[in-house]
Design a protein. Structure first.
Length: 417
């Protein structure tokens, strides 16, 4: 079985994505607190979703340019520096335009980190990159697990949410200093070779049609995750009756499940294959959401959120693996296009849920989540059928890039069917 190598480069990449996780998973519980601070409706608060989307789209545009101009290492550090700047701007006295603009800045540079880390791991780890990407996302969820607890504790102590979320800035500084002292640098990516060697493949710079099925899966699964991140604490407040600080801290239940799920997801992907594991995780997310949705007491709601976290933990990592594997050896381009899927998910889903919640209540509005899960499952099944037809119609190619390992048949490391 293919083995994952955890060297200093891998640990640095894990830590870089972890810093972004600290910000992102802390930002969700902050939204209801910002809504209270600003005195606005849920619809206006839902604009933070489009702000994240604009930032994600801008980051997707900037990422391939920065990689070409600066290389992966400097591009990733530029992303982390910009993320720290965005958090600093977000911590200024709150106004609607100011907080939305700060959110765009933070997400623009954060998306550079989100795009760069999986692409670097795909090149660095080769056939084991499914496990590496899952572990990197486990690091992000693990760091994010701390932020809601810090925010909840700071709110309960009267210090405000800025104290907790501001830890992002400190983490960037500490990580940069540690990497400089250790002399660790992220290696540059190798040029795509598969497109030139695979019969009928699109020219470099273009992605094949099967990639867009993986892209659609990322769009819908990302929509579920961002809806839970931004609005689950509102459900805990309104339907379950939890206090604001406790509801913000309660989001750690999702993240606790995500940490466990992502740590287990890497070995599970190596054992069962990417697509079968993703389908199981989509079904598990539906069950966990059902428990959370019907809950009227905290312990049951927390149980549902943990189950949701366990399942959705692998949605985006495995979706990224499928997208990179379907990119014909163009991981940087695939990750740049993936950011558009995340942008749409961040922009449309939470805003739609917020508008619905103002009209029918948060409980009924949350029914968007299982609809997204059903669409995602359809995309995965379609991608599986497309991959099988492609393997049946195309003779084996002697030398394949490691970036396309997710398309290999059983018995060759990562299994995907």
């Amino acid at each position: 079985m293919t083995r994952l190598v955890r060297d200093r480069v891998s640990w640095l990449l894990y830590a870089q994505l972890g810093v972004f996780g600290f910000f992102l998973y802390g930002f969700g519980p902050v939204v209801p607190l910002l809504r209270d601070e600003l005195g606005v409706s849920r619809t206006v608060a839902g604009l933070f979703g489009p702000a994240l989307a604009v930032g994600a789209a801008l980051g997707g545009v900037l990422f391939p340019y920065l990689v070409r101009r600066l290389g992966r290492d400097r591009a990733l550090w530029t992303g982390l520096a910009g993320l720290a700047l965005g958090v600093a701007l977000l911590s200024l006295p709150a106004t609607v335009p100011g907080t939305l603009a700060a959110t765009v800045v933070a997400m623009t540079f954060g998306m550079i980190v989100v795009s760069g880390v999986p692409a670097a791991l795909a090149t660095h780890q080769g056939p084991a990159s499914a496990a590496g990407i899952s572990e990197a996302n486990a690091a992000a969820a693990g760091m994010g697990l701390v932020t809601p607890l810090l925010i909840g504790a700071a709110v309960n102590a009267g210090l405000g949410w800025r104290v907790g979320l501001g830890g992002t800035i400190a983490l960037v500084g500490v990580l940069a200093a540690a990497a400089a002292l250790a002399g660790v640098r992220i290696p540059a990516g190798a040029p795509a070779a598969v497109a030139a060697s695979a019969p009928g493949a699109p020219a470099p710079g273009r992605l094949p049609r099967r990639y867009w099925l993986a892209w659609g899966c990322l769009l819908t699964t990302g929509s579920v995750e961002v809806c839970l991140s931004l609005w689950a604490s509102e459900q805990l407040r309104e339907r379950v009756g939890m206090a604001p600080g406790a509801a913000a801290a309660g989001m750690s239940a999702v993240l606790a499940g995500m940490v466990i799920g992502r740590l287990a997801g890497g070995p599970a992907a190596l054992r069962f294959g990417v697509r079968p594991l993703l389908l199981m995780a989509l079904a598990g997310a539906g069950f966990g959401f059902g428990v959370f949705w019907v809950a009227t007491v905290p312990w049951l709601a927390m149980t549902g959120l943990v189950l949701c976290g366990l399942s959705i933990s692998v949605h985006i990592p495995l979706g990224m693996v499928l997208a990179i594997g379907a990119s014909d050896g163009q991981p940087d381009l695939a990750m740049a296009r993936n950011s558009y899927a995340m942008a749409l998910g961040f922009g449309v889903a939470p805003l739609a849920l917020g508008v619905l919640a103002d009209r029918v209540g948060i409980w009924h509005a949350f029914l968007l989540a299982p609809a997204f899960l059903a669409v995602a499952a359809t995309m995965v099944v379609a991608l599986s059928l497309t991959a099988r037809r492609s393997r049946a119609a195309t003779p084996p190619v002697g030398a394949r890039s490691s970036a396309v390992y997710a398309e290999r048949p059983r018995g060759h490391g990562i299994k995907s069917t």
